[in-house]
Design a protein around this ligand. Structure first.
Ligand code: 5GP
Ligand code: MG
Length: 205
């Protein structure tokens, strides 16, 4: 599906609630743009799955707000089953992948649509799609809100992409840093000093 115009770091909107100003450099994708784009994604997905029942598999936890808004745009029969996957890395870098919540429903023979917040290096979705394909679904597609194309290690493309974004660490709209900021209604960019604090100056004494 055609991509929306990529939002650029230098067009960050710095108008945000005072409570967020100390942690955020700005808003990368405002609520209205998320709403508009997700409505279009819903239409494209609905067209592709006409006449089929879909098993939607969102990845915990970053995809939850995206899922909540996208689901309301999918006007066909579907079931939802969450898969828990975490990447244990240092700070904002991804590390080893751990599956921490298994599926309850049977994937075999189902039309599976995996939903995630961000496609970054591609490690998560490559592992998840590998695991699901081994369960013999009837079809398997992936849908992400954000795609950091420049960060990919090896090749992986999602079937549905909301926005292509530059290599910035984003939070909000379900996405966290150290389990915080998921509640922001927009996608924001964290100030680097929040995730990479400057080392304390040594005193000369
Ligand atoms: P990948 O395995 O593709 O490198 O990383 C995918 C996962 O890393 C995403 O599902 C997301 O949880 C996390 N991630 C990647 N980039 C960011 C980011 O900018 N902000 C946040 N909060 N999480 C990110
Ligand atoms: Mg994730």
């Amino acid at each position: 599906m055609p991509l929306s115009k990529p939002p650029l770091a230098d067009t960050l909107d710095r108008r945000m609630p005072a409570a967020h100003r100390s942690a955020l450099a700005g808003v990368l994708i405002p609520e209205a743009a998320l709403r508009r784009r997700i409505a279009l994604m819903g239409r494209a997905i609905a067209r592709d799955y006409a006449g089929k029942e879909v098993l939607v598999i969102p990845l915990l936890s970053g995809a939850v707000l995206f899922l909540a808004d996208l689901l309301r745009r999918l006007p066909f029969p579907l079931r939802v089953d969450f898969l828990g996957v975490s990447s244990y890395g240092q700070g904002t870098e991804s590390g080893d992948l751990v599956f921490n919540k298994d599926l309850q429903l049977d994937v075999r023979g189902a039309h599976v649509l995996v939903i995630d917040d961000i496609l970054d290096t591609g490690k998560t979705l490559r592992a998840v799609t590998g695991k699901l394909l081994a369960m013999k679904p009837a079809s398997l597609r992936t849908c992400v809100l954000l795609d950091k194309v420049g960060r990919r290690v090896g090749s992986f493309e999602a079937d549905y992409v909301g926005f292509r974004i530059p290599n910035l660490f984003v939070v909000g709209y379900g996405m966290d840093f150290a389990a915080r900021y998921r509640n922001l209604p927009y996608v924001g960019v964290l100030k680097p000093e929040v995730y990479a604090p400057k080392p304390a100056r040594r005193s000369a004494a």
